[in-house]
Design a protein around this ligand. Structure first.
Ligand SMILES: [Zn+2]
Length: 174
């Protein structure tokens, strides 16, 4: 199957009327804002968005995305791969006025001239899914945890505490 690239803009109302689904990919290289948070801009985002009209007649979209991004570990400063799996739902409003009167059950996106910036929405979702402090899991990190000051002193302290408690326990038995 040929790769379908998600266009920058689409008409959500036409998709919703047809209960249509938009499936394809976005090149991570094309996402400049996301790129600022990455250590390397490579790979692609798999996108699957279903458009529909709800029982109140409101147009909405429900999407799923999956991407592997390269972040910089804040402990060892090395690359690490982070998988983003995200689902999102938005109501689509036609004018600015309609956005403010939209029912609370949806976050909304606003269409301009019947178009929404779908790639922008996807990029926002990816940015929101990034970890606040990217770090390897300890086993995969170049810097090993026990050498961190706080943990080191904790480790040194704890055997004595255990020993102390054991001794106490023994002496109270007498
Ligand atoms: Zn690391």
């Amino acid at each position: 199957m040929p790769i379908v690239y998600i266009p920058e803009y689409i008409n959500p109302f036409r998709f919703a009327e047809q209960h249509a689904r938009l499936q394809g990919v976005v090149n991570i290289e094309d996402l400049k804002r996301l790129g600022l948070a990455l250590n390397k801009q490579a790979g692609e985002v798999a996108v699957d968005v279903q458009f529909d009209i709800d029982e109140q007649g409101l147009v909405f979209l429900h999407g799923h995305l999956n991407a592997k991004v390269i972040l910089q570990c804040q402990r060892c400063m090395g690359n690490f791969e982070y998988e983003i799996i995200d689902t999102f739902t938005y109501g689509v409003a036609n004018t600015e006025k309609e956005v403010s009167s939209f029912p609370g059950k949806y976050d909304t996106v606003e269409a301009e001239d019947n178009l929404i910036a779908i790639r922008n929405i996807i990029e926002d979702e990816l940015i929101l899914s990034l970890p606040v402090v990217p770090m390897h899991v300890p086993d995969n990190c170049e810097i090993k945890m026990p050498y961190k000051d706080a943990d080191w002193s904790e480790e040194k302290k704890s055997p004595f505490h255990i020993l102390k408690n054991t001794l106490k326990h023994k002496s109270s038995k007498k």
